[in-house]
Design a protein around this ligand. Structure first.
Ligand SMILES: Cc1cc2nc3c(=O)[nH]c(=O)nc-3n(C[C@H](O)[C@H](O)[C@H](O)COP(=O)(O)O)c2cc1C
Length: 326
């Protein structure tokens, strides 16, 4: 399978593993890259820029294939030394960066000078066009189905992807709701040059999280995610556990939501502890609607091969037979 994404990123298959806080470590990123996709480390999962440098070195020991680093630029309670993390990416010799959250423009001169390919992940066409205009090499278009922050527009990939194909010149990845070959074939049909997956890669053998979390996602249906922080206009799609339900109840109360009422339930340290301990009511974790399509825990290489083979057979054996060339 050759697309602009495989060519520009130097990878075998156009499948990317999006940055995932607490999950995007060397074990997962290297497994995805070794399987022919593009694995991505998550910069802010590392406590300091120095630790990120070490993680990059560790990942390089685990794969000789290309991998990237995600830099998520979001307002945080504790100030984050973004410039130092960006410098660590450059110093680590990484050649592909996935940016997300705020406008990545301040970091582009540094990355471009280092010859880094920048993929900006965004949830609307206007932000995708802006990313292209400021010089990003690629975009990931994250539809309403996605885990994490889908934005406030609520436009699904059936609309976003054809719009992206019509309007963008740079290659783009379809992101959100993808987990099998049908989704991949559909994304390619809608004009995407590849796919980006988060949730599906969480439920793999190599994902460095507790088995109970993976099993909960295998057991879940497409109805088992919740959109929290809507009232704060900072919507996040998370797994619908008891804690997420409690957050929704607080948000449904009359009057403006005070984040202080929610904070103890959703603290990052609790989410991190949950992923490590497998105690599913300890906090919250991001998950997308694609949990409804997940029913096993394969290795990353098995998953990638399966998705590619399924997509190929749909294109060859189904789609091509639907058109009459006679
Ligand atoms: C557990 C988890 C943590 C995530 N953390 C981040 C993050 O820190 N930064 C980011 O840009 N995206 C993050 N994402 C979003 C993914 O990179 C990706 O865009 C999204 O999962 C795509 O939707 P999907 O889950 O339906 O595949 C996270 C997703 C998950 C499942």
């Amino acid at each position: 399978m050759r697309t602009r994404v495989t060519e520009q990123l130097g990878i075998k298959y156009p499948i990317v593993q999006g940055g995932m806080q607490w999950v995007g470590r060397a074990e997962l990123a290297s497994a995805v890259s070794n399987g022919g996709g593009l694995g991505i480390l998550t910069a802010l999962t590392q406590p300091s820029p120095e630790d990120l440098l070490k993680e990059i070195a560790r990942c390089r020991e685990m794969t000789d294939q290309p991998f990237g680093v995600n830099l998520t630029i979001l307002p945080t309670i504790k100030p984050v030394p973004y410039e130092d993390y960006a410098q660590a990416i450059v110093d680590g010799g990484v050649k592909i960066v996935e940016t997300a959250g705020r406008n990545p423009e301040p970091f582009l001169p540094l990355f471009k000078q280092a010859g880094i390919t920048v993929i900006h992940k965004c949830t609307s066409i206007r932000h995708a066009l802006k990313a292209e205009r400021i010089g990003c090499d690629m975009v990931s278009v994250d539809g309403f189905e996605c885990a994490g922050h889908p934005g406030e527009d609520d436009v699904t990939n059936l609309i976003l992807l054809p719009l992206a194909a019509r309007r963008l010149k740079v290659p783009f990845l379809a992101s959100g709701g993808l987990g099998d070959g049908r989704g991949m074939a559909a994304a390619l049909a809608m004009g995407a040059d590849g796919i980006n997956m988060g949730t599906r890669f969480m439920v793999t053998k190599e994902a460095p999280i507790h088995e109970a979390v993976k099993q909960a996602m295998v057991d879940a249906s497409e109805l088992d995610t919740a959109l929290i922080y809507r009232s704060l206009r900072n919507t996040a799609r998370v797994f619908r556990n008891g804690v997420a339900q409690q957050v929704l109840e607080i948000e449904a109360q009359p009057g403006a939501t005070d984040f202080a009422d929610i904070q103890p339930l959703v603290a990052g340290v609790k989410g991190r502890a949950l992923l490590e301990s497998g105690e599913l009511e300890q906090g919250i974790w991001s998950a997308g609607m694609v949990v409804g399509l997940i029913d096993d825990i394969p290795s990353c290489a098995e998953l990638i091969e399966r998705i590619v083979n399924e997509a190929k057979s749909i294109i060859r054996d189904r789609l091509s037979t639907l058109v009459d060339d006679a």
